[in-house]
Write a protein that binds this ligand. Sequence first.
Ligand SMILES: [Zn+2]
Length: 410
Amino acid sequence: MRFPDSDGALAGHLLALFRRLSADAEGVTRPAYGAAESACLRALAAIAREQGLQAWPDAAGNLWLQPPGLGEAPAPACGSHMDSVPRGGNFDGAAGVVAGFLAVRQAMRDGRALRAVALRGEESPWFGAPHVGLRAAFGALSATELAIPRRDTGKPLAWHIAEQGGDPAAAGAGTPLPEISRTSFFWELHIEQGPVLLDRGQPAAPVSAVRGHLRFPAARCRGEAGHSGAVPRHLRRDPVLAVAELLQELDTLWVRSLQEGADLVLTAGQLLVDPATAAATRIPDAVSFSLDLRSTQAATLAGLSALLPRRCAEIGARRGVTFDLGTPVTAAPVVLDAAGRAALEAALPGVQPVASGAGHDAAEFSRRGVPAAMVFIRNTHGSHNPAEAMEVEDFLAGLAALQAAIASRG
Ligand SMILES: [Zn+2]
């Protein structure tokens, strides 16, 4: 079978093929360690072999490609993940898989050492945890994680790894697979999941860092219920106005942080009074809320972690309410490799790097001691939904920058 030879035509062909192999009622569904994910990997392996590359799965089921002759030599790798969220878009992960294949095809023609990898199971909805395919390749999955049931089948992760030809024992053995031990650097192309590049009118940008978070998923503020018309201001203990004041302060702090050059995004995604007792004529007795604070800078998150209880105590004392922020959930920011980022900046002159608000395989490599760098591609409508949209021209601009950066680092 003949395939188109230009990068653009081949990328379009592969992305259309992946879409066909995983089409759902809307968007695409490629469950982690599932049949659609495997079908896409098999299709990619067949095309890669047709192009003269070697293709094989590691013991965790991830697909690796390399030029013949590279053997077991250490080399950088380039790729992303093959799975998607349920009814997601076709480009989150798959664009980077295609970029890895095209980069390694070019490396073969140039006689350079590079592998491509299409990872399984990056998205967290399937097993409630992210990066399971990559962590399996690091041998780092715990027995508890291997027993987690997949949301749609109810069967454990270990069962799914075995079903797709992998070895669950190796996934939890505590030592990286040989393919990982040979990986000196990881390069990832990924669609941007926010609107920054659209707003700037730029097709691609280096990624500076993956934001960490300080999250309070179950915060609460308690006051005292009362008649809305009968309680004068100085006798009220109104939790709604107390939370509103806290959020207003955080918003002001956000503006000031940005002016001072810090990176910060914050969201109160849940703000609830009990619907069973809520009424327009009642001062509520309590408000449940959440806070999600993210930054590429550990110091910014540490500062907020120290500040929040103090501000809650001050507002609480003044307004006669009590705040209970609950147990925080935290993740440290991951700053990507400085030299890799510099190489991407040189390939995209005049383009400011963008922070990633979501986790990625590149961050997981970096966390586990393999340096990594990323390039984002402009994308409309965000990600994790069927409307995500990437232009092939933008993809090719990002791919060219990625290839130039890889080549410049030898
Ligand atoms: Zn992704």
